[in-house]
Design a protein around this ligand. Structure first.
Ligand SMILES: Cc1cc2nc3c(=O)[nH]c(=O)nc-3n(C[C@H](O)[C@H](O)[C@H](O)COP(=O)(O)OP(=O)(O)OC[C@H]3O[C@@H](n4cnc5c(N)ncnc54)[C@H](O)[C@@H]3O)c2cc1C
Length: 349
């Protein structure tokens, strides 16, 4: 991990200076070669079966070294874990080896079943039962790194209100990967929409469903707003807090800010690990809201410490402040949105 994080940090630093924002090919290769995708899968399936606490620590370290790469990994792992926990053994055995080695990758488009487009009357991605499978129409608004993925794991809704999860190769007729958006931060993640124009999905491509609330069927660790979102928020907080510490070495007036933020980071990290290990010290939503609050305060404290210099384009602290905003919109269940709004409005939640 030390070597991997060091290498990621070096590449990341050089990347910031360039104006174009490339897909992090080199970082992702290092991550695959270090066996990161194996952390998440049982040994019997070819994984390393890291404990939930170790995964939290690993994600904190990875995201502190390169947030964009760590985020892309979370989306790939979201696909990988769902494929690994599918009861469809033929599909699992065919796809898993290459996904675990990182030779080929899958990514997810599922948020339109949970946190995106929930207020629209017509589901944005629809599945109609046809002979031997389903016909898929519409679009998935947010898919990270689809252009670099061989396979997509998608969710769609049937006219009955039931949902399916399925895998589909990106090179399928009728499927179009749209270019990634220019984002406030993390643009290199190549996040954009994927369109489906009458794509046929056979029964053998199904991972789960049809059933209501299909994402709830695949067991622990595969749900929305999981521990990885909080872990990444803590990783970015750590970068910012380490920066305040560096500055505090010359400027004593920053020491109390550094100490307070560091203590909060350690306290939240400790509780997150307990929660991930199944010890109910608080709810997932509480820890996520606290991690969101910390990442915003820590990055802005780093900006205060860096002063105007940190506000110049290209400075890492300005970039961290932009990246911290991501946690206000990424995979936020309603209760987390409400807690964020209460904090911003200065009212009790
Ligand atoms: C950088 C990035 C990467 C992401 N990567 C992935 C990924 O790889 N896979 C994945 O599955 N998801 C991904 N997501 C999706 C993410 O997890 C959230 O689902 C998404 O940010 C929710 O935002 P939304 O604009 O789609 O929300 P929506 O709720 O759809 O809001 C869209 C707009 O609708 C309006 N609106 C919202 N609620 C209401 C209402 N109740 N009534 C009327 N109007 C309303 C608002 O004007 C709002 O701007 C990603 C998101 C981002 C930003």
């Amino acid at each position: 991990m030390d070597e991997l994080c060091e290498q990621l940090r070096e590449i990341d630093t050089s990347g910031i200076k360039s104006q174009n924002i490339p897909w992090p090919t080199e970082q992702l290769e290092l991550i695959a070669d270090a066996g990161v995708y194996r952390w998440f899968v049982p040994e019997v399936l070819g994984g390393m079966e890291w404990s939930a606490g170790d995964i939290v620590s690993g994600y904190i370290r990875l995201s502190s070294a390169c947030l964009t790469s760590a985020f892309i990994v979370t989306q790939r792992v979201a696909a990988l874990k769902r494929i690994a926990s599918s009861s469809h053994s033929e599909l699992r055995e065919r796809l898993l080896p290459e996904l675990l080695s990182g030779e080929r990758c899958a990514t997810v488009g599922i948020s339109h079943l949970t946190t995106s487009r929930q207020h629209v009357s017509k589901p944005v991605l629809r599945a109609t039962p046809v002979a031997g499978g389903f016909c898929i129409e519409g679009f998935s608004p947010w898919v990270t790194g689809a252009s670099a993925a061989a396979m997509l794991l998608m969710g769609a809704e049937l006219p009955s209100g039931e949902q399916i999860l399925f895998v589909v190769p990106t090179q399928t007729e009728g499927l179009e990967v749209k270019p990634g958006f220019r984002l406030v931060g993390l643009t290199a993640s190549q996040t954009g929409a994927v369109k489906f124009d009458g794509v046929f999905v056979g029964q053998q491509q199904l991972i789960a469903g049809p059933r209501e609330n299909v994402l709830a069927t695949l067991g622990r660790g595969t749900s929305t707003g999981g521990f990885q979102t909080s872990s990444l928020a803590l990783g970015l907080s750590k970068s910012a807090i380490d920066f305040v510490e560096e500055e505090a070495l010359q400027r004593l007036e920053l020491s109390s800010t550094h100490r307070a933020l560091k203590n909060q980071l350690l306290e939240i990290e400790g509780r997150l690990k307990q929660l991930a290990a199944g010890i109910p010290v608080c709810t997932n939503e509480e820890i996520r809201s606290e991690a969101n609050s910390l990442v915003l305060r820590a990055t802005q404290s780093a900006l205060v410490a860096a002063k105007g210099t940190g506000y110049v384009e290209g400075h890492r602290v300005g970039r961290w402040c932009q990246e911290a905003l991501f946690f206000l919109v990424w995979s936020c269940p309603q209760s987390v949105l409400e807690a964020n709004l209460c904090e911003l409005a200065g009212i009790e939640s």
